[in-house]
Design a binder for this molecule. Structure first.
Ligand SMILES: NC(=O)c1ccc[n+]([C@@H]2O[C@H](COP(=O)([O-])OP(=O)(O)OC[C@H]3O[C@@H](n4cnc5c(N)ncnc54)[C@H](OP(=O)(O)O)[C@@H]3O)[C@@H](O)[C@H]2O)c1
Length: 365
């Protein structure tokens, strides 16, 4: 199969042939349709955090995907070949044509979502779910402050908290106010113009911090006693939590097929919605990384204003779609035609038929 790989920390991404994975009894082989880019991919690739986020080189990036089940392990009863699925990865990365993944961390793809939209969902939505409910213990009638509300994780947090009956306050750029109100925020504070702790009159029950740094430090000032500060980007000071009589923890996404199943139901009902900022071909992953690196100074050797860096991103995730280019379809069609067994006198027609099938598959989403 073809895959995108990193051969050395900080190196270029290469797109070439690697062995197709085999599966364990509790795993599924998924033929990937789309995957999505996360900040974490770039941080892992840079080597900057190799002590806590080590990778085995050569490394296939990618923490989430959508696709179709190709094969199931002998212990897997919940899925069958042909099922459309989505989920987070459980070992190898998803920037590839095939993925071996534990059945326990995937779910059926919501029927109303394209494969591209579905690939954008698993990491951001589960992080938001676990941040506000599992760690933040958010309940109906409470107030939550979400820092970075217009980002990929933040947008799910806003929608899920609003659906749960909470009052939702989000910090974001002023440009994002209308978007955030549309998806369920009751109030938006422009972090570029004002300091949230100076304009919030009432304290909040939960802070979900997707920004860190000074934003996290100032969050203690707006939390009710007994409230929860959940951070997704950096550890929370135990001294500060004790001093302010609140609980505080840095969360780490724990992929769960059960949470993803509940998210999928909400997506199918139309209660929450996904957002895709941009779609690239899988083999153009390096360009997609340049776009996201615009928001991550210094990561993977890129500068925010470097060539190709987006000046203002649209909302949502950057998705990578598995596409075969014309010459690849032609050579794969030839392999398929040979594998099926050429019928004498029909060689050209059989080859063209294989090519038509693969073209339809490649363009059909
Ligand atoms: N712990 C985990 O398991 C876990 C899982 C997933 C993600 N994360 C982390 O969570 C963070 C958010 O991820 P994401 O995918 O949602 O990122 P994202 O899509 O890039 O969103 C980040 C958002 O934060 C906003 N922002 C930047 N500075 C801000 C500030 N001072 N105050 C308020 N908003 C600010 C940005 O707005 P502008 O662009 O307008 O500045 C942007 O909308 C990342 O650091 C990611 O690595 C952690």
């Amino acid at each position: 199969m073809k895959a995108v790989r990193l051969l050395e920390y900080g190196g270029q991404l290469v797109f070439n042939d690697v062995p197709t994975p085999t599966i364990a009894p509790d795993e599924i082989l998924v033929k990937i349709k789309s995957t999505a880019v996360n900040h974490l991919d770039l941080v892992e690739a840079s080597g900057a955090a190799r002590q806590i986020l080590p990778i085995n080189l050569p490394w296939i990036p990618g923490h989430e995907f959508s696709g179709v089940v190709e094969q199931v392990g002998s212990d897997v009863a919940a899925f069958a070949p042909g099922d459309a699925v989505f989920g987070t990865t459980s070992g190898m990365g998803a920037y590839a044509e095939y993925l071996a993944v534990k059945a326990a961390v995937i779910a059926r793809k919501p029927t109303n979502l394209s494969f591209e939209e579905a690939a954008s969902v698993p990491v951001a939505s589960q992080t938001a779910w676990q941040g506000i409910f599992t760690h933040g213990h958010l309940e109906k009638g409470q107030t939550i402050l979400i820092h970075g509300g217009a980002g990929a994780v933040g947008a799910y947090a806003v929608q899920l908290a609003s659906h749960a009956g909470a009052t939702v306050i989000a910090t974001a750029s002023g440009d994002d106010e209308a978007y955030l109100n549309f998806i369920g925020a009751n109030r938006v504070i422009d972090y570029r113009k004002v300091q949230f702790e100076k304009v919030l009159r009432e304290k909040v029950d939960v802070v979900f911090d997707l920004v860190g740094g000074d934003t996290q430090k100032r969050s203690f000032l707006v939390l009710k006693e007994g409230g929860h500060l959940v951070a997704a980007t950096q550890p929370v000071s135990p001294e500060e939590t004790a001093r302010h009589r609140v609980s505080g923890a840095m969360m780490r996404l724990a992929p769960s097929g059960d949470v993803l199943f509940r998210v999928a139901r909400l997506l199918e009902e139309g209660t929450i919605r996904p957002d895709v900022a941009n779609v690239y071909a899988l083999q153009d992953a390096a360009q997609a990384w340049k776009d996201i690196a615009g928001n991550l100074p210094g990561v993977h050797g890129m500068t925010p204003s470097g060539p190709g860096a987006a000046s203002r991103r649209s909302h949502g995730k950057i998705v990578l779609r598995v596409v075969w280019r014309e010459h690849e379809i032609r050579s794969r069609a030839y392999e398929l035609y040979l594998a099926r067994g050429a019928q004498p006198g029909r060689e050209l027609e059989d080859w063209l038929q294989a090519e038509r099938e693969l073209t339809a598959e490649a363009t059909g989403g």
